[in-house]
Design a protein around this ligand. Structure first.
Ligand code: PMP
Length: 398
């Protein structure tokens, strides 16, 4: 008998099969706007110099490979918490917030999912429609009831009114997942005013926010992007934040991130952290050391930190200028107004508003690869290809 006979194949990640199709495309003018990583003008996902320098230092100074503790590298946790919550956050001085190091932002989300299921039984989690597809499967796999609130309307614009109206009807005590900045997949971010309105509903419904912070530094800048996180941390006694160092430190494969929990008092935080260490122990035991050591080294050294901030800023500015450049390149085709939102969105991703049929035509006729939903990774562009892309978009929209 076969133990595995009844097992069926699940479809692969659609973005990975898109990448494979791109690799096999022989058109020299092909353009990959699918995959969710930052790319430079040469199409490479670079290792920041600050990371390379930190790694060299670590290579010389590392003395042991023994396990890091359940919450990971303490210096990493402290410095990352300061980066997220602000260097002078009272939450940190009052020991009301702490980081548990996780394998990437994904690990942080999974640990948050386990924490909710285990410690807050019965609470559902509410995601924006649309959201990063892994949010959907990850929380379902963690055993949570997943629901959705509207975020983008049929006109491909942010619909804050619909979002607020839906949040106002969520079951009291449920968890609401918010993107701190650079919303994936749409690129539409809430304004400070919108965030304040969301905060009021969160208070009124006694919801627990889980803020996914995967792109700090890619929107309006390191400090600016943390604005909503810090507002919620200041105004609410309890909060969950997942932070990823994949994009802003270019550490994707080193799996570096953290779940930061804010609690009502220092004593309660100790209780919560005991639960997190227990849950993490049953998933990955202790987190991988290298990426966190690199981040701790960079954030703890004024020179490396300045170099990293400059490098991150240049990544951010490159994407912002590509956004503006694409809208300008669409102007001669009479399409700059229709696609003006591309310049207003933040982060790497853009919900272009192109339909699945138009996306398919772009791929088949022009070797332009983007996700079926019309999500484009703007970082996949380079300044010399904007006119080519604008002309292709004009053809499929004509
Ligand atoms: N949240 C969002 C919204 C993301 O886009 C990503 C990465 N694509 C993550 C979390 C997780 O990032 P990682 O696990 O690679 O750190």
């Amino acid at each position: 008998m076969s133990h595995f006979a009844s097992l069926v194949r699940v479809p692969g990640d659609p973005i990975l099969s898109l990448m494979e199709a791109y690799r096999q495309d022989r058109n020299a003018a092909k353009l990959d706007l699918g995959v969710g990583v930052y790319k430079d003008a040469q199409g490479l996902t670079p290792i920041p110099h600050a990371v390379k320098l930190a790694e060299q230092r670590l290579l010389d100074s590392e003395l042991t490979k023994t396990y890091v503790g359940g919450h990971g590298d303490a210096a990493f946790g402290e410095r990352l918490s300061q980066l997220v919550l602000g260097a002078n956050s009272p939450l940190l001085t009052e020991q009301r917030a702490g980081a548990t190091q996780t394998p990437g932002g994904t690990g942080a989300l999974r640990l948050a999912g386990d924490f909710i299921r285990h410690c807050l039984p019965g609470r559902g989690i509410w995601l924006s429609a649309p959201t990063w597809p892994i949010h959907e499967t990850l929380f379902a796999e963690a055993g949570l009831k997943v629901g959705h609130y509207p975020y983008v309307g049929a006109d491909n614009r942010l619909d804050v009114e619909a979002m607020i109206a839906a949040l106002a009807h969520l079951p009291k005590g449920d968890v609401v997942l918010l993107h701190a900045c650079c919303h994936n997949p749409t690129g539409f971010d809430l304004s400070p005013r919108d965030f304040k309105r969301v905060l009021e509903v969160v208070k009124a419904r006694e919801l627990l926010p889980l803020i996914d912070f995967a792109y700090q530094g890619f929107g309006d800048g390191l400090e600016q992007d943390a604005w909503a996180v810090r507002l919620f941390a200041a105004e609410l006694p309890e909060l969950l934040i997942t932070s990823s160092c994949s994009k802003n430190f270019g550490l994707y494969r080193e799996r570096t991130g953290a779940l930061i929990v804010c609690a009502g008092d220092a004593d309660k935080l100790v209780d919560i952290r005991s639960q997190l260490a227990y849950l993490a122990r049953n998933q990955w035991s202790t987190p991988p050391a290298h990426g966190a050591a690199v981040v701790a080294e960079i954030l703890g050294d004024a020179e490396l930190r300045k170099l990293w901030q400059d490098e991150l800023e240049s990544m951010r500015l490159r994407v912002a200028s590509l956004r503006r450049g694409l809208v300008e390149a669409l102007a001669p085709h009479g399409l700059s107004e229709r696609f003006a939102h591309i310049a207003e969105q933040r982060g790497m991703f853009s919900y272009t508003g192109l339909t699945p049929v138009q996306v398919q035509r772009l791929r088949e006729e022009f070797s332009v690869y983007m996700v079926g939903s019309g999500r484009a990774n703007v970082a996949g562009l380079d300044a010399t290809r904007l006119e080519q892309l604008a002309a292709a978009i004009a053809r499929v929209c004509g």
